[in-house]
Every structure is written in structure tokens, then in C-alpha cells.
Design a protein. Structure first.
Length: 171
């Protein structure tokens, strides 16, 4: 019986090590922005690079309909409530996104704390969804705007959470 366990244990260890080699993440950091984060898959491609004039960065998972991540920076008063910031953002969506339906707002904890606003809308005749992470650091709110086809975004939820959990403001 011992001879059976040893080869199985060795095979199991080899599988775990090889899985770690294939599950590679890469870190995003740029001298033009004061933030960074990890992307869990190589399928996330940068489509808009931040510049000295614009801190906006954008990443696409496959194509824009499958998954889009835009990172924005909002400067807010020190005493501004995060719920007010989320409500202001929601008002903009009501005006500009057809079929906009508010979803649940969740608390979020990672390297930075904040909240997640979920919503649905229609674009090009397709059911779309948004999952926005509002991560606060004093007078700065980092807004991670994930959007895509409703079912695909649901599939990517583990990745969107992982990206938000690794998000960090540079000192």
C-alpha cells in the first residue's frame, strides 16, 4: 500500500507545481499614474495607456463586449460619503445608458476598502452589465469600471474581484 501512495503523492505534487506555472499573473504599473494592480490572465490587454495628460487606463478581456476595465481617478472632499459618490455616478448612467437598472451595492475589502456598484443596461441589442469598484484613499477614489455582456461579466467576477483586491495606491 505504501508503494501506491508514494507515486500518487509525487504525481499530485507535480500537478500542483505545473498548475502554478500556467496560472500566471502580471502586474500593471506605469510612471504616469499613482496606482498599480495585478491582472490574473494574459487575455487582459491594455488598449489605452495612461499619459502625463490623462491618467485613464483601459484593458480589454478578449474584446470590449466580453470584458472592459477602465480605471479612473476621482478627487473628492475628505468628508464626502462614498454613497454620495456612487449615487452621482448612478445618475449619469440613468441618463446615458439605455435600459439602465440599478443592482446591489456591496461593501468591498482588499488592499483598499470601498464599495461595489452593480447594474445592468442594454447596448447594441445585448444585455450588458457593469460592476464598478469604488476604492477610497483619503481624498481620492479609484474607480475600476468593469463592463461587458451580462453572462460574460458574471463569469469574470472572480477575476474582477482579484484585480480589485490587488489594487494599490503608490505612496
Amino acid at each position: 500500500m505504501r508503494t501506491i501512495k508514494s507515486p500518487l503523492l509525487g504525481l499530485f505534487t507535480l500537478l500542483l507545481l505545473s498548475a502554478g506555472c500556467f496560472a500566471q499573473t502580471w502586474s500593471f504599473s506605469d510612471p504616469n499614474v499613482d496606482y498599480g494592480f495585478d491582472l490574473p490572465e494574459e487575455k487582459w490587454k491594455m488598449t489605452v495607456k495612461p499619459t502625463a495628460a490623462s491618467t485613464k487606463s483601459e484593458f480589454v478581456y478578449g474584446d470590449r463586449r466580453q470584458g472592459l476595465l477602465e480605471v479612473r481617478i476621482i478627487t473628492v472632499p475628505k468628508d464626502a460619503a462614498l454613497t454620495d459618490i456612487i449615487n452621482d455616478d448612478e445618475q449619469k448612467h440613468r441618463q446615458f445608458l439605455p435600459g439602465y437598472v440599478t443592482g446591489k451595492i456591496e461593501r468591498f475589502t482588499g488592499r483598499m476598502g470601498g464599495a461595489i456598484a452593480n447594474f445592468e443596461f442594454v447596448a447594441g441589442g445585448r444585455n450588458m452589465a457593469g460592476r464598478y469598484y469604488f476604492l477610497r484613499s483619503d481624498t481620492t477614489v479609484y474607480l475600476l469600471k468593469f463592463s461587458g455582456e451580462k453572462e460574460m461579466l458574471r463569469t469574470l467576477r472572480t477575476q474582477t474581484d482579484q484585480i480589485a483586491r490587488t489594487f494599490r495606491a503608490k505612496p
